[in-house]
Structures are given as structure tokens and as C-alpha cells.
Design a protein around this ligand. Sequence first.
Ligand code: NDP
Length: 297
Amino acid sequence: MPRQFSLADGGKIHAVGLGTWQLEGNQGREAMVHALKSGYRMLDCAFSYGNQALVAEAIEQSGVAREDLFIVDKLANTWHSAAEECLDRTLAALKTDTLDLWLMHWPSPLNHHGNHPKCPTLPDGTVDFEKNWNYVKTWQTMIEIQKRRPEVKRLGVANFGIKELEAISVTGVLPLVNQVELHPSCNQENLHKYCIQKGIQLVAYSPLGSTGSALLHDPNLKAIAKKNNATVAQCLLSWGVANGWPVIPRSSSPDRLDQNLDILELSKEDVDAISRIGKASPKRYVTAPWHTFEEIV
Ligand code: NDP
């Protein structure tokens, strides 16, 4: 199976990365150190995860050299109108001079001066969006920042559907990556076809179906896993890599971290069977009050 995928700028992205959302405290840091020592080289981070300093400590403790890592980070929703400051804080917290990939976390600019750092609300309880701002303007800003800041190696987006990708194409610069929820129950078939045509690499977040995933308990998936002498998680991740996208699973357990790095060569029959299982139970596990998603197809 491929260990890396090629990006439209000629760069490479690892087939398996470590999701760092909710990796917190000593257990989170130890999980990250274990992952790095075991061979993970791509870290999926975000300003809004609030654990960038922990990621920096883990990198230092692991002894892995910065130049051997591919660090992804994301511009937070409440920082669209102050993107460069978010970048500076990110670089400082991660103790790094560069980001290999900087993503717009959501196409959802929220009030930078609102009543909450992640999800500000108006007095009537609705989401407080940034006034006189939109995500196309954010994308243009990120493009301008990248032109003058060599710290930003590549630009991408997350949680973008076809409508949003079309909207930002007016800037003349397409994202290299679109990171979206992607697993058999949320297979993003149309978005995948569109991204292939445009040279945008999809990256699968929540590739196991996130916390409390029903997919991990699916009897048909269990049968495929047994046949392959593997776990359901390995089959889910291997299905993603076989379909052509990197996966960024998260785990706080050393055993599961090792397991998730071990991608199998699934037969075409098994890949197709896993696709059918997911289609029978379409589901998004990640939703957010600030965004309306397109239908999953
Ligand atoms: P995942 O799909 O990676 O699932 C994580 C859950 O699966 C945890 O409960 C974990 O528990 C469990 N797990 C992990 N490995 C195994 C295994 N081998 N067997 C059984 N259970 C397992 O969920 P996430 O939602 O965290 O997605 C992954 C990453 O994607 C995030 O960490 C984040 O970096 C990124 N992401 C990005 C988003 C965006 O908006 N761009 C949104 C959501 C996620 P345990 O820890 O006990 O192993």
C-alpha cells in the first residue's frame, strides 16, 4: 500500500497521520510521544484543539527531528479576520518555524470579539458570525499571507463541499488538500470525484467514525476483519488508503496507535464490500452549529 500520496505541488503527504483532537494531559502527550517513536510522521493539529503546546512537548520528547515531520495545523473560525496572528501564535505554540500544511478549519468566519473563543453566540442564542467577512475573503487572506511568509509551505481547507470549493476558485488558487469526514458511512463520492478533477487531495478525518463509532461494531466489518486476520479499525483505515486518501486516526492507546499504522493490502472484493456496508448506513458523526453540510453522497 502507498505510504505517501503525491500533492498537486509535487510534494508528498503521508498515508497515515496522527489525529490530535482531544489528546490532552499526560495521557495525550504520552500517546503522541509513542506515536512518533513508532513511526507516525504526520501530525494533524489545530489552533482550536488547545493542545499545540502539548504537541510541541511530545515532538521534543520523541527525539524525532522537525525536518522528518509533516505538521498540519488549522486557522480557527474566530480568527479568520486575524489570520496572521493565529498563524504566529500557532508557530510559537508548536515551537516550529514552518507548517507543512495550513488549513482553513471551516468555511465559517465567527466573531473574533464574540462571547466565546470557539463558538460565540448572539443574545438570541444563534451563532455570531463575523460581520462583513466571508470564507472567500479568508482564503484570499491566506493566499496573501503565504506569499510573504515562507513559514507556510502549503495551503488547504477542511470541511469544504463542492459549493465552497467553487466559491474560492475565483481567487485562482485552489487548495492542495480538503480535509473532510470520510469513512464508509460518509464516503463523499461526489466530492471525491470533483477533487480528483481539480487536483485537490482529500484527507479523511474521523476515519474510524470518531468517538463511539458504530462502524467499529458492525458485524459485516468484523467478518471482513477476521478473514484478513486484522481489526475492524485496520480494515476501515486500509479501505481509505486503498481509495486514494490519507487517513488521520486518533488514539490514546499505544496498542491501537501501532495497529492503526499497519495498513493492509485489502482485496478489491473487500474494498467493494466495505463500501457497500457504509452505503447501507450513511451517517456523519461530526456536526457543528456554524456549518450546514451538503448531502453525503
Ligand atoms: P477517529 O475516527 O480517529 O476515532 C477515534 C476514536 O476511535 C477514539 O475513541 C479512539 O479511542 C478510537 N480508536 C482509535 N483507534 C482504534 C482502534 N484501533 N480500535 C478501536 N478503537 C480505536 O476520530 P476523530 O474524530 O478524532 O478523527 C481523527 C482526527 O481527525 C482528529 O483527531 C482530528 O485531528 C481530525 N479531525 C478534524 C476535523 C476537522 O474539522 N477538520 C474534525 C474531526 C476530526 P482510543 O483513544 O481509546 O483508542
